[in-house]
Ligand binder design. Structure first.
Ligand SMILES: [Cu+2]
Length: 684
């Protein structure tokens, strides 16, 4: 166990170095056109992560957290325990103290303090915990509200947050067989329960709703995970009676007390964008902000409103959004246009030690981050953890927010831009969306670069307005700014934001003048990588360059010399990680994706797995379309990116040079752990 984690950790460190080098290389290239070198900011220059030690005997797979009086942190765990941690701030250099407060709960994924009492949400109920004799351990466990227990691993229950009236709000996950399914009443619903145990169904259409938050206006939001009927993760505003998208929960829409008018058969399964379907299906609510899959996380978890008077930077009123798979926190800046929430999502801080699951404010404005990665793995190598994020008071140069305009967008910065350089910078806006249908996830669809007609920088340098040929409601707009620098010569720490447009605001359009008009960009040629994907069957292997993805056995082969079958296994691994083939052998490789997430198999030149993995990570919007296989001479052979349940067979002739040829899954993030070696042995 120990050794494994050490190995993973080393691996992550190595790749962190590779990523760092890559980023610096990119910026150096941008800078060649400029006389002086730009300065680079890193997240860790502003936001410090401190690990809070956990005693060896405690499996702190964090499911929920809440602060108690006296700066004590209560944590419930997936192991069904509640721990109370004294001195989690490690003040005076002293270690935190852990005390077991309650146990025997069933995968507890939410904890809250209501009045003086702790309420824990676990598999099938909300339980009130009381320490009647004040000995530091709960001795009364009282069921407040319960729902049917179904023996399915995916039947998670999350919560609670308190609404304006003081009701507890909780979310019930859908189960999973070979698709997301509502196996019992209220699965896929957001419910409200008062402390007397009165329940009111509030909304449905939820799939895997791990996070909830409430903003300053008292409006409720939740976070969703990619899956069936959910093209990508998102943050959505929920009102009573809303239907959020996955129709499974509609099975219970006719039950007494349900405020939802839609029925299961009302939902068309057409793969059109969700926004378009919502126009003719009243009650279907599109997300406030999409989180593009793999570009901003892969498994959305908690929401935390920045309401701590600027103690985490100038982001008050925005939401921080956790991501389990990528072990990071994103930032979402919402605005309300014509009564509808929409806004932009940005990167914020990565590098946490495990899957980010819960976030809570400490009394000093620092953020406590509770983690677990069981079941899905995470970039952070630890199985669980507790860390604290602190801001050092210096303001990073980032996009603070993006606002929709009648004719485009206005980008607001945390500190003023260098106006001369901003005029010469490179601006790119690409609109895209996702399919809405029963299939798991969605590729990026209808992506198109928008023409920027004009650009105007505010006199104080704090905002830039972009006027576009058109803006598209229902679409995500990727806004990328290359070469914009601050007055003190820093490049943007993150040069991209993703704005989800639901409504176009009224107001004045910018008058286009000779001064602000942008020259049209020269048309670029289509990338050639697609060619590799369309190799015809029967391509001869005598050609000097082999096809990298050959899907039919070459006609001149009577049979393969060797057949290999690969499958994924739990924890982002292949079932076989050491394969030997003879040099020059005719190889048939079959990859069966029996997992519940997409994977591929990419065979690389010796020692190139990290380089190829990082290159795949940086493919951006085009990544999925190209199976996350970068254009690189280091990629020798590959399968397509296979969705869950799919199988693909490729044929190739093994290299003639003996050596260790890595194979790796290049789906963003997987390359760190999902890999093996094909040993090419000399053919004697
Ligand atoms: Cu993978």
């Amino acid at each position: 166990m120990q050794k494994k984690y050490l190995l993973l950790f080393t691996c992550v460190l190595l790749s962190a170095v590779v990523v760092g080098q890559h980023q610096q290389h990119t910026s150096a290239t941008t800078e060649q056109q400029n006389a002086d070198t730009a300065r680079i900011q890193k997240e860790e220059d502003f936001y410090k992560i401190t690990t809070i030690p956990i005693p060896r005997h405690v499996e702190l797979e964090v499911g929920g957290m809440v602060f108690l009086p006296g700066d004590k942190l209560a944590v419930c765990t997936r192991r069904g325990e509640v721990w109370i941690i004294t001195n989690p701030y490690m003040r005076n250099g002293e270690s935190p103290q852990y005390r077991l407060f309650a146990r025997g709960l069933h995968e507890a994924l939410g904890l809250n303090l209501v009045g003086d009492d702790l309420y824990v949400v676990h598999r099938a109920e909300i339980t009130r915990l009381r320490d009647l004799d004040a000995d530091g351990e709960a001795d009364e466990y009282k069921t407040v509200y319960t729902w049917p227990l179904v023996p399915n691993y995916h039947e998670y229950a999350y919560g609670t947050i308190l609404d304006k009236q003081g009701n507890m709000v909780l979310n019930l996950n859908l189960g999973w067989t070979n698709r997301a399914i509502s196996l019992s009443k209220w699965d896929g619903w957001m419910l409200k329960v008062d402390t007397a145990g009165n329940m009111k169904p509030f909304a449905t259409g939820l799939r895997s709703p791990a996070g909830m938050g409430i903003n300053g206006e008292g409006d409720i939001f939740y976070s969703e995970n990619q899956g069936d009927w959910v093209g990508s993760g998102y943050v959505a505003h929920v009102s009573e009676g809303d239907f959020m998208g996955n129709p499974e929960g509609l099975k219970w829409a006719g039950e007494p007390g349900s405020p939802v008018k839609l029925r299961f058969d009302d939902i068309p399964d057409t793969d059109e964008p969700k926004y378009d379907v919502a126009k003719r299906v009243p009650g279907l609510k599109p997300p406030a902000v999409w989180l593009p899959h793999t570009l901003l996380g892969i498994s959305t978890s908690d929401l935390l409103l920045s309401d701590n008077k600027g103690k985490m930077g100038p982001f008050d009123g925005q939401f921080f959004v956790g991501d389990q798979g990528h072990s990071k926190i994103m930032r979402v800046a919402l605005e309300k246009v014509k009564g509808v929430y929409q806004g932009a999502a940005f990167p914020f801080r990565d590098g946490f030690s495990s899957g980010v699951f819960r976030m809570k404010w400490g009394s000093d404005g620092s953020m406590f981050v509770g983690m677990t990665n069981r079941g899905w793995g995470s970039w952070g190598p630890e199985p669980f953890g507790l860390q604290r994020l602190e801001w050092n008071g210096k303001t990073p140069f980032v996009m603070k927010a993006i606002k929709a305009m009648p004719d485009g967008f206005e980008i607001e910065f945390t500190t003023p831009v260098d106006i001369i350089r901003a005029k010469a910078a490179n601006y790119t806006v690409t609109s895209f969306t996702y399919k809405y249908g029963h299939k798991y996830g969605s590729p990026v669809i209808n992506d198109a670069e928008r023409e920027i007609k004009a650009m105007n920088i505010s006199p104080d340098g704090k905002s830039i307005r972009l006027v576009l040929d058109s803006i598209k409601p229902g679409y995500i707009h990727e806004i990328k700014l290359e070469g914009v620098r601050s007055n003190d010569n820093f490049l943007l720490m993150h040069n991209v934001g993703y704005y989800t447009l639901n409504q176009i605001p009224d107001g004045e359009k910018l008058v286009i003048t000779e001064e602000n008009r942008m020259k049209p960009k020269p048309k670029e040629e289509e990338p050639v990588a697609e060619k590799a994907l369309t190799i015809k069957a029967g391509t001869t292997t005598k050609a000097p360059v082999q096809a990298k993805r050959l899907l039919k056995q070459p006609t001149e082969w009577s049979k393969p010399d060797q057949s290999i079958i690969l499958k994924p296994v739990n924890g982002l691994k292949y079932d076989n990680t050491n394969i030997t083939v003879k040099a020059g052998a005719k190889v048939k490789l079959t990859f069966e994706n029996t997992d519940d997430m997409p994977h591929n198999v990419v065979i690389t030149a010796p020692g190139s797995a990290d380089e190829v993995g990082v290159a795949a990570l940086n493919m951006g919007l085009s990544g999925e379309r190209m199976h996350y296989v970068p254009q690189s001479s280091k990629v020798l052979f590959y399968t397509g990116l296979l969705q869950p349940g799919k199988t693909e067979t490729i044929y190739f002739t093994a290299p003639s040079a003996p050596g260790n040829y890595p194979f790796v899954c290049t789906y963003p993030g997987h390359y760190l752990v999902m890999r093996g070696i094909i040993k090419v042995a000399a053919d004697k």
